[in-house]
Design a protein around this ligand. Structure first.
Ligand code: CTP
Ligand code: K
Ligand code: MG
Length: 180
């Protein structure tokens, strides 16, 4: 029961987990805010770029399509009825995750935090909130069938743990400047 909830929660969130990590590898180039400031601080900062956002979203969608290709064997192996990603749902999960992260940077700059500063809580859940809001908006029927309340609860507990672990690993590998 709990195992199948965890499997469904993880599988369903992979298209939202991948984009931020892909953006770390793909980032660079023009910042989204074009260097503009608002109220004495950058609007978003140099850490939010067009390329990182576009590549992150694209990689998230491609990974969702890859999961679709193995949904039957994966479901059989785990004994769980894992969902197939409709294209609008995949796009919403991936882009929503990136947008949530961009929104968090906006809030970080408003609260005086420089690029790269941590904001505990927000850092770990910004992309989850963005992805879930977007998928319920864009593909409400699909989202309601997949993200039941128990699945959302598992996502809320599991995501911060996975986020901390992947960021510490990316920092240790020299891919990220800070371990958060
Ligand atoms: N990145 C990007 N575009 C995005 C998100 C991330 O290019 N939309 C890249 C940037 O190179 C960024 C890195 O991924 O520096 C790490 O992402 P993140 O930790 O979210 O950004 P920070 O640099 O820490 O900036 P902020 O304080 O605004 O979160
Ligand atoms: K972030
Ligand atoms: Mg950061």
């Amino acid at each position: 029961m709990v195992g199948s909830l965890v499997a469904t929660a993880f599988w369903s969130m992979v298209p939202a987990y991948v984009p931020n990590n892909a953006a770390v590898l793909a980032g660079g180039g023009r910042p989204i805010d074009g260097g503009r400031e608002w109220r004495g601080a950058r609007l978003l900062g140099d850490g939010k770029t067009w390329r990182g956002t576009a590549v992150g979203t694209a990689v998230g969608v491609l990974v969702a399509l890859g999961l679709n290709a193995v949904v039957d064997p994966a479901s059989a192996a785990l004994g769980v009825d894992l969902p197939t990603f409709e294209l609008p749902a995949a796009l919403a999960l991936a882009f929503g995750a990136m947008a949530g992260d961009v929104g968090a940077s906006f809030l970080k700059r408003r609260s005086g935090r420089e690029r790269g500063a941590s904001f505990p809580g927000l850092d770990q859940l910004d992309f989850v909130v963005g992805a879930l809001l977007a998928v319920f908006l864009v593909a409400p029927d699909w989202a309601a069938a997949v993200f039941t309340l128990p699945v959302i609860a598992v996502v809320a507990v599991m995501t911060p743990v996975l986020h901390v672990a992947t960021n510490v690993a990316a920092y240790a590998l020299g891919l990220k400047n800070e371990p958060w």
